[in-house]
Each structure stands twice: as C-alpha cells, then as structure tokens.
Design a protein around this ligand. Structure first.
Ligand code: C5P
Length: 227
C-alpha cells in the first residue's frame, strides 16, 4: 500500500508548503482539478524540485471522445507524471484508444479508470447508471482490465471484489479514507486505513484528514507506520 496525499488546498503556496513539510517521505502527491487548472505544469515541476522522488498522480478524470482523450493522454505523458485517470464510462473504445496511443511511450504513466465516485450514495448513483454501485464498479473494472488499463479508482468497499474479478495485481486507488475515523465531509462511502489494508487497496488517497490536521507531518507519520 502506498499513500497518496491529495493537494487540494486553496493556493499553490499552501500546497507547496504542505509538500515541503512532507518531503522526507517518498509518497504520491495527487494533483487535482483545482491545483492543475490554476497552477499547471510549473506546479508539477515545483513538486519534483521539492523531492524528485515524489510520485505524481494527475487526477483530471478525462471524459471525452476517444481521439480527444488519447491526445490529452499523450500530453499528460509528456508532462512526466507517474499516473493519471480517465472515466470508465467513456467506454471500451476510449480506453483502448488511450492505451494504444500511450504504447509508443517507453515509460508511460499508469492509467486508472474511475468507476463510481466515492461521493455517490446508492440512490444518486442508480439514478444515472441504473445499477448498484458494486455491480457497476465491477463491470467498469472488468472493462478497464480487458482494455489494458493498470487499475481503477473505486471505494475501499469494492476493492476486494474488483481484484477477485480481475487480478490481484490490478491496482485499486481509493479515496474516501478517513484513517482514524475523521469527519467524512462530502464523502459517502468512507473507510478507515485498517479496512483499506484488509481490502487490498494499493493506493489510499487522503486529503482533508492530512491537510486539515494541525500537524500534517505527524499525521503522515502515523499513517505510514500503519501502512
Ligand atoms: O479530502 P478527501 O480525503 O476526501 O479527498 C479525496 C480526494 O480524492 C479529493 O481530491 C477528491 O477529488 C478525490 N476523489 C474522490 N473520489 C473519486 C476520485 C477522486 O474523492 N472517485
């Protein structure tokens, strides 16, 4: 299991200060919409300058027509990030087109597909997908696996079933982790770190429980100890 910290603070400076305070750990840093739209490529470079061993997960959840997604994936590969994601609901053709395009890269980033956002509850999820979260997440995971992706974004509660249906080495990245039972915020399906470990989660993604803590470094230390 490898920790991934969500850099969701309101300014580049605050995110970089957080990264600076955690630089003794070679952990994953998740750069999402807010940070990337505002701070772009120079932000990714600044993170690498703080600690060249930080791994970068660009969480932009691509969803478009296949060719546009493949074009964007190629630009992401050129940024030198280590992992990014697309929406599984973009479909099998989009997945295959993205993976085919990236196959020309010697060192391509890992590609994950988002199954069900962890902020969904069953009612709101089935209003869109007309299936239960479990069922649909597993179906999306199979599709991702069959089309050559490296793993999926899912909740801790689907991690084990997805690995059983695909492969143990098919990666699961799970947001909605509240390591020690902290406030759930807008997340619906939250799990503790212990449960994430039991369910075979490869990457627990943790945002607010770290950056809202009075001492983020101490919190990361406690998390890494459990991992
Ligand atoms: O603060 P918190 O720990 O809830 O942060 C979770 C992070 O994971 C946020 O950056 C959110 O955008 C992201 N995320 C998520 N659910 C997904 C995919 C990403 O919460 N399915």
């Amino acid at each position: 299991m490898e920790l991934c910290v969500a850099l969701d603070l309101p300014s580049a400076q605050e995110n970089l200060e957080l990264a600076e305070s955690l630089k003794s750990y070679n952990i994953w840093m998740k750069v999402g919409f807010r940070a990337y739209i505002r701070d772009g490529k120079p932000f990714i470079e600044a993170l690498k300058e703080i600690n060249p061993e930080f791994k970068i997960f660009l969480d932009l959840k691509l969803y478009d027509i296949p060719n546009t997604m493949a074009d964007a994936s190629e630009e992401i590969a050129k940024l030198g990030v280590d992992m990014f994601n697309i929406h599984a609901s973009a479909g099998a053709v989009a997945m295959k087109t993205v993976m085919d395009r990236l196959s020309t890269y010697e060192k391509r980033p890992l590609v994950l597909a988002v199954t069900a956002l962890t902020s969904f509850d069953e009612e709101n999820f089935s209003a869109i997908y007309e299936k239960s979260i479990n069922e649909k997440a597993e179906q999306f995971a199979m599709m991702s696996y069959e089309n050559g992706l490296d793993g999926v974004v899912c909740s801790t509660f689907e991690s084990r079933a997805i690995k059983n249906a695909t492969s143990n080495s098919f990666l699961t990245l799970c947001p909605g982790i509240r390591p020690f039972g902290e406030d759930a915020g807008d997340q619906q399906r939250v799990a503790t770190l212990e449960l994430a470990k039991e369910e075979g989660v490869d990457f627990p993604v943790i945002g607010r429980p770290i950056y809202k803590d009075i001492n983020p470094l101490e919190k990361v230390k406690k998390i890494v100890d459990i991992i």
